[in-house]
Design a protein around this ligand. Structure first.
Ligand SMILES: [Zn+2]
Length: 881
């Protein structure tokens, strides 16, 4: 484990390395406790660097067995080796030399799951961001691009399958039952994209012919016996390959493309060149074991990792500050893919919900950072919603401003200009400036400045002058280490909506640049005047969520009700309804705190009923609209003095009011939506199930609700319905015979399938209320739970701490005490997963004073632990700062 050195890496300190490594040959002799690694590196001194410059290579916990230069063993006086660094004091005077290194690593003892490790008897690697230095000494930075040849040797019975990046070159048998395979990857790549997999795995094989006629062998490797669960992932892969050719003109470039599913994995998946390694959660699926959400995630993540082949691998990042260059862009690409495969409006709403739930709190709390950070202590902690999701929003804004054709021309230029390079955000923006002739300097602040901009909007209508005006003011709240903010360029999509729902025309506009339904906000204040507008319109703002901002609009509730029913933009219509729900929930929260029973306007429940039954809307859309804002979302919108119990009560009261007002209609709809015919994971079928399951959620609040949910559970023919019913029973009817029976039945049905039991852990960790912390503590002793497995930890501990507001924030602080114990326990093995868990406390300052003091104490308890890992200390200290 790397303990914290306190060292801060700064963007402005970047400079190219003195040496390059154009070629890398690796040899592995695999053994669980002593794998022998030989690295033969061609080292090249960069032009202009003095011959005497020492060569300093990165390591992390390495044992050096030997070092030779140009075939000669190096005397001990010529180098300095520590576990974390190897310095060749006097490299040869020539421009190029060969460095041979021998190291030994112990994959079986590697519980951090970085570098080379064993998962369920399969050897695998994870090198992003800085795991390669746990295998051999290297210039472990993304701007060192090298051509790799890899030879793997292992006992045949233990590891019949030997995989690495690139194309297979050679394989054969060796003495004593061993065998070997050689792989060569012709594309220069940074070491974080290196991968090796060895073990006994089943293969689902297929093939794909690219647009230029290249035949590509496709393989998805899973645990023996699970091959049939990889079919959906294979289908998603082939659709992704086709889509990238059509949407971006990008073709696959090797003879093989392999995906391996492993059960112990820190992240979702990893885009290693030609050999993607996946968390098995994002590969394995059928209707018996996976929900519709799982299918959608598999499709999106398979696509995401595949798309990295161009955005990330062929063009990589110059340094880790540029992480959003590959991640934000690739998230944008996978969002577009899913929108094309499914429903664009539904996908957009889901994206925005995710952004608000994960990125907004980050931006508004102590861990706020720009999409391209300027400093970090531990890069592992910057795989954040800001880099990924907000990074994607920034790319989307570029497309919104330039239009689809110019955007595509810019992307084409990016691929042409930077193929084979390690690039920067400046390079990326420059291609769009070059193809459009626009100046993106002010827009670039989206990359450089943290915080969620807010627009305050006031509208006035002067009937006599036929003039409609919008007074718009922008502000960006201060964030850590950025107290003063510069003004942003915000592309605000809008529409003026007339009384009959149709767009309102105007004759002229002044006060801001307005084009294609966009107002370009660039100053602090704009007064945008539309002339020739005789009747007062309703204004629909930030259509399609054109910018990741918050808006305080002084708009009458009547206007919101009108837009929720009539806006022609599907996203804005959802937004208007969601705003009405949020406003009602916040008012109810205040009534509850004031000791009153919350009261809701009858027309809100009526509107919910009419959206639910509107056959013109897709079922998936209706399901999303009916999903009340989450407790954390409500808390974020309230801002401070948060009492999670009062928010929970407000939300329950509104759900009940909607259910009571629509009982008959919801029941009829619910019955009509029952699945007929065989299961299909397609978007339309999934949408019908989603709508039916949210109706169940409402109906379960009414008399007979537990029985209805129990029936839903028993009759379920797929995991989506089974898990939805189980969640309703466990969350709404906790402690009843119906809930207990369903939990027992689910556990019995899936005993032995850890991945499916994760859902069972997750549902129980999410049970609202004070008793859950004891239950979660008990479940950590369940035989299927393992604190060393990231999926188990995220399902049980992650769900409890980040998705169970009333349980985790229990008023007496017991939730926090359990949390600290557990995070520290996880940290002993896996600092990265522990640090990620610890971010659950990032909004501690918004809590009411009693809980706030207890949350702070929990953070202080972690901070005072000696030898804390760099990952966890970084999060804890920034959260407290
Ligand atoms: Zn990615």
């Amino acid at each position: 484990m790397r303990t914290d050195t306190g060292h801060v890496f700064k963007l402005e300190d970047y400079r190219p390395s003195d040496y390059l490594i154009p070629r890398t040959s690796l040899g592995f002799r695999l053994s669980p406790d002593a794998t022998h690694v030989t690295a033969l590196l061609t080292i090249e001194r960069r032009e202009g660097v003095a011959a005497a410059a020492p060569l300093v290579l990165d390591g992390d916990g390495l044992t050096l067995l030997g070092v030779a230069v140009d075939g000669h063993t190096l005397p001990a006086s010529d180098y300095e080796a520590t576990p974390d660094r190897l310095t060749i004091l006097k490299p040869p005077a020539g421009q190029r030399f060969e460095l041979r290194l021998e190291t030994e690593v112990a994959p079986a003892r590697n519980e951090a799951l970085m570098g080379l490790y064993r998962s369920n008897n399969v050897y695998c690697t994870q090198c992003e961001a800085e795991g390669f230095r746990r295998i051999t000494y290297f210039l472990d930075r993304p701007d060192i691009l090298s051509v790799y040849t890899v030879r793997i040797e292992a006992p045949h019975n233990e590891a019949p399958l030997l995989l690495s990046n690139g194309n297979p070159v050679e394989s054969g048998t060796l003495a004593d039952g061993w065998h070997y395979a050689v792989w060569h990857d012709p594309f220069p790549k940074p070491c974080y994209l290196f991968a090796l997999v060895a073990g006994a795995l089943g293969k689902l094989a297929d093939s794909f012919t690219t647009m230029s006629g290249r035949h590509v062998e496709l393989g998805i490797y899973v645990e023996p016996g699970k091959k049939r669960l990889a079919g959906y992932a294979m289908d998603a892969l082939k659709r992704s390959m086709k889509w990238d050719e059509e949407a971006f003109g990008r073709e696959y470039d090797l003879d093989v493309f392999n995906i391996v599913a492993v059960s112990d994995f820190n992240m979702g998946a990893m885009e290693n060149k030609g050999l993607n390694v996946f968390n098995d959660k994002y590969v394995l699926a059928d209707e018996e074991t996976a929900t519709d959400a799982d299918f959608a995630n598999i499709e999106a993540i398979i696509a995401h990792e595949y798309f990295h082949n161009w955005t990330g691998n062929r063009i990589t990042c110059r340094d880790w500050f540029q992480l959003c260059l590959k991640e934000g862009l690739t998230v944008y690409r996978d969002h577009e893919f899913s929108a094309d495969q499914r429903s664009r409006a539904v996908k957009r709403i889901a994206e925005v919900r995710t952004l608000r739930a994960h990125q907004f709190p980050e931006d508004q709390g102590p861990l706020a950072h720009p999409v391209r950070p300027r400093r970090y202590r531990e890069i592992n902690n910057f795989y954040t919603a800001t880099v990924y999701e907000k990074g994607s929003e920034v790319v989307r804004m570029i497309r919104t401003m330039l239009g689809p054709e110019t955007f595509r021309a810019g992307m084409d230029l990016y691929f042409e200009r930077h193929d084979g390079e390690a690039a920067t955000i400046e390079d990326f923006l420059k291609v769009f400036e070059d193809v459009s002739g626009r100046d993106l300097a002010q827009f670039a602040l989206w990359y450089h400045q943290a915080g969620t901009p807010n627009l305050t909007v006031r509208s006035t209508h002067n009937a006599a002058a036929k003039e409609f005006s919008l007074e718009i003011e922008q502000s960006v709240p201060p964030t850590p280490s950025e107290s003063r903010k510069r003004l942003m360029h915000i592309p605000l999509a809008f529409g003026l909506v007339g009384a009959d729902g149709s767009p309102v025309a105007w004759t002229a506009v002044e006060g801001a640049a307005v084009d294609d339904g966009l107002i370009h906000i660039r100053k602090r204040r704009h007064t945008v005047r539309f002339s020739g507008v005789s009747e007062r319109p309703s204004v629909s703002l930030n259509r399609g969520f054109s910018a990741p901002i918050t808006i305080s609009v002084q708009q009458k509730a009547d206007d919101q009700f009108f837009l929720a029913a009539h806006d022609s933009d599907a996203f804005s219509r959802w937004q208007a309804f969601n705003t009405l729900l949020t406003d009602a929930l916040i008012a109810a929260f205040r009534q509850i705190l004031g000791g009153k029973q919350p009261v809701f306007a009858a027309r809100l429940a009526e509107l919910a009923g009419s959206i639910a039954g509107d056959e013109a809307l897709e079922p998936a859309y209706r399901a999303l609209a009916l999903a009340l804002p989450g407790e954390a979302d409500i808390a974020r919108d309230i801002g401070k003095g948060i009492d999670p119990d009062a928010i929970f009560a407000a939300r329950e009261a509104l759900a009940r009011a909607i259910a009571e007002a629509n009982r008959e209609a919801f029941l009829a709809l619910y019955d009509g939506l029952a699945d007929k015919g065989p299961f299909s994971p397609d978007a339309a079928s999934a949408g019908r199930r989603a709508l039916r399951n949210i109706l169940l959620d409402y109906l379960s609040l009414l008399p007979g609700g537990a029985a209805l949910a129990a029936r839903h559970f028993t009759c379920a023919t797929n995991m989506t319905d089974r898990a939805a019913a189980l969640a309703v029973l466990a969350h709404r009817h906790s402690g009843t015979a119906e809930a207990d029976d369903a939990l027992t039945a689910f556990e019995a049905r899936y005993r032995g399938d850890a991945l499916v039991l994760d859902k069972w852990f997750q549902i129980q960790a999410g049970v609202p209320g004070a008793k859950t912390v004891e239950k979660v503590r008990e479940l950590t002793r369940h035989p299927a739970f393992s604190i060393a497995n990231p999926n188990r930890v995220r399902s049980l501990i992650g769900t409890f701490s980040s998705a169970n507001q009333t349980g985790f924030h229990r008023a007496d602080g017991e939730g926090y005490r359990f949390f600290v114990e557990t995070v520290l326990e996880v940290e002993k093995r896996n600092p990265q997963v522990a640090a990620r868990l610890a971010t659950a406390l990032r909004s501690w300052r918004s809590l009411e004073p009693g809980r706030q003091a207890k949350a702070r104490q929990a953070l202080l308890d972690m901070a005072k632990v000696e030898n804390l890992s760099a990952d966890l200390r970084d999060i804890v200290e920034r959260t407290l700062a």
